[in-house]
Design a protein around this ligand. Structure first.
Ligand code: ADP
Length: 397
């Protein structure tokens, strides 16, 4: 079975075609600047790089170019589009209506539309990608895999905000959580590596990348997570503020006479380690700047590490017992120093990282000492594969 996985951002589209008989990626690609002058498709298969530079006014045109690239005589990997058996779509927000991946039907579509209110850049783009596939591949089934779905098992004590209950009842204002596909993948992989059934697994999944979130997993299910109504809450991220006193937000809005949209833009795009350091949102740049003595870059790194510690320790107490702390995402998989800094201080609880074992990037490794009370691990996440797996099993069922 061949499954195409599509991940539409507001002006971008990432795709991978999987051969699900062996779970191998046949080809992958990216379309940038959709709806902006200078659109570009880059498709890669091994050493072969195929580039289409042509303006694409919307996601429908982008999807159409993706299909052209997949069947291209010289650079494509399939002879005909009929070889695609199903398409899996990443969708950001499914609210309370969506608790698992699903074949597209009226209700799923309605949920994508309804929760645009909390994901105004992403859900409309996800819907456009979906509609383009329905139009161009009318006989193929589409599956939606939601970032929020994994977290729908959170209890009220972790998902409610401390505001008038009417905002939850009337407007569905609550914590939803994101990166669910990644946390779900990591949970399953950890159970497999530890030889435990998922239902018996308690763990902390730390997805640290441009966007970062931590998930407390109890009995294989999401019990708490650091992102909230939107992906803005929680850790300090590349350009997102994370947790902040709401009064700071209203103060800045009043002082600079900002609209809600302008303030959201500041909190999402101009804050985080980028805003604090004034250097970059990329942790590699921050680490070199800090090494050269840049105080603000060092402060940004220290803030990031401190918040990750705070969430991990708090979540361990919430779930009662913990089998593993797992690092994933661009930073979690690659930054040896940040993992070391985060775990410093956990020795008092008998949790110890082994500096030699921790000297790894990506893959799947236990990096704690043999006598550590909780296993610390590095596991490379694979959200696209998780989407392809869900798509395959739903279409087969
Ligand atoms: P996204 O959230 O966009 O999927 P990723 O998970 O790919 O992002 O993470 C990208 C981030 O990972 C980069 O911005 C960078 O900060 C960090 N990163 C990647 N490689 C390294 C490295 N070797 N050392 C430190 N940080 C790294």
């Amino acid at each position: 079975m061949k499954v195409l996985v599509i991940n539409c951002g507001s002006s971008s589209l990432k795709y991978q075609l999987f051969d699900m008989d062996n779970e191998e990626v046949m080809v992958k690609g990216l379309v940038e600047r959709i709806g902006i002058e200078g659109s570009k498709l880059i498709q890669e298969e091994g050493d072969d790089k195929y580039i289409i530079e042509e303006n694409m006014k919307d996601h429908t045109e982008a999807v159409s170019h993706v299909f052209d690239a997949l069947v291209d005589k010289d650079h494509g990997v399939i002879a005909d589009l009929s070889e695609i058996d199903a398409v899996g779509h990443r969708v950001v927000h499914g609210g309370e209506k969506i608790t698992k991946s699903d074949l597209i039907d009226k209700e799923v579509r309605a949920a994508i539309v309804e929760y645009q209110k909390f994901a105004p850049l992403h859900n409309p783009a996800n819907l456009m990608g979906l509609e383009a596939c329905e139009k161009l591949l009318p006989n193929v089934k589409n599956v939606a895999v939601f970032d929020t779905a994994f977290h729908q098992t959170m209890p009220k004590r972790t998902f409610l905000y401390g505001i008038d209950y009417k905002y939850y009842e009337e407007d569905a204002i609550r914590k939803y959580g994101f990166h669910g596909t990644s946390h779900n993948f990591i949970t399953n992989k950890t159970a497999e590596v530890l030889g435990k059934s998922v239902e018996d697994l308690n763990m902390i999944s730390a997805h640290l990348g441009n966007g970062s979130s931590i998930c407390a997993v109890k009995n294989g299910k999401s019990y708490d997570t650091s992102m909230g109504l939107t992906p803005l809450e929680g850790l300090v991220m590349g350009t997102r503020s994370g947790d902040i006193d709401p009064s700071a937000v209203t103060y800045i809005m009043r002082k600079e006479n900002l609209s809600p949209e302008e303030m959201e833009n500041i909190l999402n795009k101009k804050s985080g380690v980028f805003g604090v350091s004034g250097v970059s949102s990329d942790f590699r740049d921050l680490e070199s700047a800090a090494k050269e003595g840049n105080d603000r870059a060092q402060a940004a790194l220290d803030m990031f590490v401190t918040r990750v510690k705070r969430y991990i320790a708090g979540y361990m107490a919430e779930i009662g017992s913990c089998d593993a702390i797992v690092f994933t995402g661009g930073i979690g998989e690659n930054s040896i120093k940040i993992r070391e800094d985060i775990m410093a201080g956990f020795e008092q609880f008998g949790i110890k990282i082994d500096p030699e074992k921790n000297n790894v990037r990506g893959g799947c490794h236990v990096v704690s000492t043999d006598d550590s009370k909780v296993k610390v691990m590095v596991i490379a996440t694979n959200e696209e594969l998780m989407i392809a797996r869900d798509t395959k099993s739903l279409v087969e069922a």
